[in-house]
Design a protein around this ligand. Structure first.
Ligand code: CMC
Length: 430
């Protein structure tokens, strides 16, 4: 709370309400409207919650105008360059960078929770052979409440911590198993000797018939992508996790709901949509045609991987991924025509008045798919890759909310339906 107040006067009643201004450590000041309805009888209308803060949080800071993203105060650029995903996970969960012994203890905890109950594999086998891995992921993660029902007390900090670690540890195991189900391959079990990203690649690609060596370039690239996706404050899936969590629901249900929200093409599903779009465009000569489609309000086509609710300058994650994309392709000795198509699309869009005026820049999803593709990850697995990284953010935000007093999330509405009317007997209806 600050000393500042904003006054709001209702011209009809003449009543004035002093609205306290709440300031965080950084970011725009916020008007506290919690007394508005009680005192003046009004609700606020903010579709898409574009100007509404639903919580106070110590975890992630974004300045969309300046293109700033920080986890617990640390700039994303520094974490991307110097840290590892497991260290970032510790930072997001507990607020500080770990000491060596804290990191090794945390890494050991995560490593030893990566296996899933064998019945989970049976459950996965029950899905249709070509089920989308996001459908499997959300279903299987929700089912985990049934496997850990003796550690589900959301008011017990130890239970909460255990659930957070289990979710971070098991998400890659389930995601890889979903892919193997599609491929018809037998289960692959996590290898404790490997690190988080290596272990995932091993579970994805190893087959019983031959030895599988994890490519260190691929593992490093994946670790970087997990860091960049780890948290993004109150985005749609994280807000979903918080909303479900506000009811006291168990963490597996909350994260399963987050996965479902992430799947949408306006959110995490965009990485898959970008690759489909690039394939559909196919050639630089057709970019202009697709730019026109994207600008046409009667055409549902949007330039996928472009635009962001918060970033109105550039997405700092996209800058890092763009650079990594070139490096990874060079290190793997690959050249992908889609990368050149993407660069050309970006160049043309950034010069186009429509995109310039609306401040539409490439977002995190624009280039990530090209790296995933270079690592041999199929398109349908792109959004599960996002989910693996974002699990850390979901559980960190859920832990933060669960550890402090909070109210059930319950937005209001402007009712625009019929007024009261009498029931009409069926034989009197027109
Ligand atoms: N292509 C064409 N026009 C666009 C696009 C786009 N990708 N994005 C926004 N616009 C236009 C939009 O039509 C509107 O124009 P007008 O003012 O003339 O009506 C204006 O830009 C503002 O857009 P908005 O829809 O009000 O913006 P929003 O904040 O509600 O939506 C968004 C943000 C990310 C959902 C949207 O930009 C979009 O659909 N982008 C494509 C999907 C995508 O890449 N999503 C990934 C987001 S980043 C990672 C993540 O969250 O998972």
């Amino acid at each position: 709370m600050t000393d500042r107040k904003l006054s709001l006067t209702d011209p009809d009643s003449g009543k004035t309400l002093e609205l306290p201004v709440v300031a965080g450590t950084e970011g725009d000041p916020t008007m506290d409207i919690t007394r508005l309805n009680r005192e003046l009888g009004y609700f606020t209308y903010d579709p898409g919650y574009g100007t509404t803060a639903n919580c106070k949080s110590d975890i992630t800071f974004i300045d969309g105008t300046e293109g700033i993203l920080r986890y617990r105060g640390y700039p994303i650029e520094q974490l991307a360059e110097k840290s590892s995903f497991v260290e970032v996970a510790y930072l997001l969960l507990y607020g500080e960078l770990p000491t060596e012994s804290e990191l090794s203890g945390f890494d050991r905890d995560i490593t030893y929770h990566t296996m899933v109950h064998e019945q989970v594999n049976t459950f996965i086998r029950g899905f249709h052979y070509d089920a989308h891995p996001m459908a499997i992921l959300s279903g299987v993660i929700a089912s985990m409440a049934g496997f850990y029902q003796h550690n589900l007390d959301v008011n017990d900090p130890e239970h909460r911590d255990l659930a957070a670690k289990r979710l971070i540890a098991k998400m890659p195991t389930v995601a890889a198993a979903a892919y193997r189900h599609y491929m018809g391959w037998p289960s692959a079990y996590p290898r404790n000797s490997l690190n988080y990203a290596e272990r995932f690649l091993h579970m994805m690609f190893s087959v019983p018939a031959e030895a599988y060596e994890v490519n260190p370039v691929a593992a490093k690239a994946l670790d970087l992508l997990f860091i960049l996706h780890a948290d993004h404050e109150q985005n749609a899936s994280t807000s979903t996790v918080r909303l479900v969590g506000s009811t006291g629901a168990n963490p597996y249900a909350c994260v399963a709901a987050g996965i479902a929200a992430l799947w949408g093409p306006a959110h995490g599903g965009a990485n898959e949509a970008v690759l489909r779009m690039l394939n559909q465009i196919g050639d630089v000569s057709r970019v202009a045609e697709y730019m026109e489609k994207a600008k046409d309000k009667d055409d549902p086509f949007r330039l996928m991987g472009f635009g962001h609710r918060v970033y109105k300058n550039f997405d700092p994650r996209a800058t890092i991924i763009r650079k990594a994309c070139h490096e990874v392709l060079a290190d793997l000795g690959q050249s992908d025509p889609l990368l050149y198509l993407a660069m050309e699309l970006e160049r043309i869009a950034l010069e186009d008045d429509y995109f310039v005026e609306r401040k539409l820049y490439p977002n995190v999803d624009f280039y990530s798919g090209i790296i995933y593709k270079a690592l041999g990850i199929p398109t349908s697995m792109f959004t599960p890759m996002f989910a693996i990284g974002r699990t850390v953010g979901w559980v960190s935000q859920w832990l933060e909310q669960s550890a402090s007093p909070h109210r059930i999330g319950r937005p209001r509405q402007i009712y625009t339906g019929k007024g009261e009317r009498d029931y009409i007997a069926i034989d009197h209806r027109a």
